[in-house]
Design a protein around this ligand. Structure first.
Ligand SMILES: C[S@@+](CC[C@H](N)C(=O)[O-])C[C@H]1O[C@@H](n2cnc3c(N)ncnc32)[C@H](O)[C@@H]1O
Length: 247
């Protein structure tokens, strides 16, 4: 029988500062703060801390979009952008994935979709996705991802050009400097994920993928290191759920 006297004091608390949090945590240091909404678990933490304890091949699919640029030194446009729209870019800057990150990602997952693969100095495989976003000016018209499922390169077209979006009747509010459209993630899930897959996104940002997973009926674990992005993204998810209830 365990002596209650010597058991560590674990405080079980709801963990999120926002209303509605039902997720309990016994993490004493509160290194990883989390919130649960149905099948979607949001973690406000460094994804390296999150991945450490996961067994090999734990996730069926990891879909990630890490920051690659040195946003402050990349030159005029990036610096100008940093001021435009009052976007905060601290957690994007200097947080490029390390070799250790890629090793962990491959260790804990069976399949991967990795955005920004053109920035990564490591060969993953021949499969790819091109997102044609019809961007103009100084912005790239396409984005490139690696996909581990086969050796094909597929493409998805969805305009994401400032005020112009693929679906102008249901425009998405942009809350994050590198936000991807929900429709892109829905397309990915429809084309690559199978029912019941355990999915992780290590770099949540605006949480577009969480909305897409909810729409397509997938559970998801999602990490975001920045407290402000985390709370804004969670709020965005909650607003989307509230809108659903109205109809
Ligand atoms: C390129 S953005 C992701 C954008 C996202 N795909 C979207 O649609 O909004 C990368 C995000 O990763 C976060 N981040 C950076 N380093 C991280 C880390 N070590 N762990 C978790 N999140 C991190 C940044 O704060 C940023 O919000």
């Amino acid at each position: 029988m365990i002596d209650k006297q010597i058991q560590p004091q674990l405080t079980m608390t709801t963990c999120c500062t926002l209303a509605d949090c039902t997720h309990e945590t016994n993490n004493e240091e509160q290194k990883i703060k989390n919130a649960k909404r149905g099948g979607i678990s949001f973690f406000n933490c460094d994804c390296m801390d999150f991945m450490t304890n996961k067994p090999n091949n734990f996730y069926d699919l990891i879909i990630v979009d890490p920051p690659y640029n040195d946003y402050f030194s990349r030159g005029g446009q990036a610096r100008k952008n940093a001021k435009l729209g009052n976007y905060k870019i601290d957690s994007l800057n200097g947080n490029k994935p390390t070799d250790e990150y890629w090793d962990e990602l491959l260790r804990i997952s069976q399949n991967q979709i990795i955005w920004g693969i053109n920035w990564v100095q490591r060969y993953f495989g021949a499969g790819g996705i091109v997102w044609y976003k019809d961007n103009t000016g100084n912005y790239s018209p396409c984005e490139l991802a690696y996909q581990s499922f086969d050796n094909h390169i597929r493409h998805f077209e969805y305009r994401w050009n400032g005020m112009l979006q693929g679906n102008m009747k249901h425009k998405e509010i942009r809350i994050h400097p590198t936000q991807k459209p929900v429709q892109l993630y829905r397309w990915i899930l429809q084309n690559y994920a199978s029912p019941g897959m355990k999915i992780l996104d290590t770099h949540g940002g605006s949480m577009s993928i969480a909305i897409a997973c909810d729409m397509e009926g997938f559970d998801l674990d999602i990490c975001e290191i920045d407290k402000e992005y985390f709370e804004n993204g969670l709020q965005r998810f909650d607003n989307y759920k509230k809108q659903l209830k109205l109809f």
